[in-house]
Design a protein around this ligand. Sequence first.
Ligand SMILES: C[S@@+](CC[C@H](N)C(=O)[O-])C[C@H]1O[C@@H](n2cnc3c(N)ncnc32)[C@H](O)[C@@H]1O
Length: 215
Amino acid sequence: MTPDADRTQALKYMTVSRETVSHFDTYVGLLQRWQKIKNLVAPSTLGQIWTRHIADSAQLLPHLGDARTVVDLGSGAGFPGMVIAIAGIGMPGLHVHLVESNGRKASFLREVARATGAPATIHPVRIEDFTAKWDGKADLVTARALASLLELLELSAELLKSGSRALFLKGQDVDAELTEATKYWSMQTELIPSLTDSAGQIVSITAATRRTEGS
Ligand SMILES: C[S@@+](CC[C@H](N)C(=O)[O-])C[C@H]1O[C@@H](n2cnc3c(N)ncnc32)[C@H](O)[C@@H]1O
């Protein structure tokens, strides 16, 4: 698929304004430029940045509900957090905190936020340190390609204490991961089939609490 065909295909998956698409173009341009020296995403996905990264992340947009403070864990080159922040330009109160410990990826994210004006704060620290110190309240926690569901719940535990929702983009092992996670966590889950990955699912989690012994 040519880069143009990839972009055209990706735009079919999302309903966003022309202005948002133009900011996505800026983002993709920066990613292509920085990738040459900083290796930000898997080289095998470079020909499909729009479908594999932008549209895959943008499919969370219809599920944001009334969330305003979003925390994206292990953002990498900004998926899905930066895509949400860019789509949120002009959405009153929306702000995305991107937690990414890799210094070169964090620098890239800062540059994308500067160039697009996306409402985003980059935290170049480990998730464990961020959640221990951050005094904000997340309405929504997001992550893609970071860890198993159980590990994601453990990493998000501090953020989920205040009743936040979570949206995790997961691949094909989601059933086994859910079985494992529910041994230790009580939660309400909804599985939403991915639009961009036939084997993928979005796991929507609410009311997550760690099980105490015997519960
Ligand atoms: C496989 S990449 C996925 C990146 C992005 N979410 C995506 O889907 O393209 C995982 C990212 O999480 C970051 N990461 C892993 N563990 C982390 C931790 N404990 N704290 C902060 N960042 C972490 C890594 O540096 C890496 O950029």
